[in-house]
Ligand binder design. Sequence first.
Ligand SMILES: [Fe+2]
Ligand SMILES: [Fe+2]
Length: 298
Amino acid sequence: MADFLSGYSIQYWLESCPQGYLEDTEYGHAAGVGEPELVLADGLLREQAIKVTTQLVVGERCALAASSGLINAAPDEAAKRFLATQTLDEARHVEIFTQRLYDLGVGKGDLESTLREHANPNLVKFAETMLEKVDAKDFIPGVVGQNIILEGMAFSVFEMMHAANQKLNPKFGQTLSGTIADERRHVGFGENYIGALIKQHPEKKAEIEKMQKEMSYYMLATFADQFSGDENRAELDEMRKKAREAAGDGAPEGQWQGRNLADLDPEQMEGLLSNTVIGEFKTRLGRIGIDYQTPVRP
Ligand SMILES: [Fe+2]
Ligand SMILES: [Fe+2]
């Protein structure tokens, strides 16, 4: 196990992350790049950006609680050190997305109330299901919940958001690409490290599968809340129309998973995202010897 873990050392982290792709960034983006005028000036676009960023802060706070909480439950020193680097990554993610809320005009004194107002209750349940394992110092399910389920979801969501925002909002696009690079490392650790532990503890499988099924349910319910419902659809359509007008020439949204996002309606976007994340879950869980459990459809 020592070999592959050298790719998860603090030395590796320093060289690739703070001294690598994050060098010269400020809150995750190039210095001096701000939110686009259009987003700041338009009430609906600004409100939408605040709502979406709230979910990112909620998810990243949960990841911070999980990665720090798992350090003392980890069975060996190399895993503890990796989780220490991950703890700093997650704290950074909380900070950069919180900073985005401030950049969007949320007052510092209004941060917690803004988060409470907009946090998706299904996303909160998703997080709580995993944090129960962390709080119980139940290491194997905790790592699967955090580094495979939560981060597998985050990875795909960030990638899709990156494709949708890259042209319209370079600042947010840059913030996301550094985060995606971090998440790739975190997901890799989950897959590479935990498979061997599950082999040693096959009695943990049933508990992990139960947690995965529950988390998947709340995840799909979160996606449904974000994309469907008449009000959401109308809002999303209106928002994208404005973005398209502002972009002038060409579609403002990019390619993701072989589709042009600008061609998809909200329901199709939800379907593409859900199918992508579930496909990734199946692959990653398969690699660690866990069978994906299909939840009831929310
Ligand atoms: Fe994160
Ligand atoms: Fe992460």
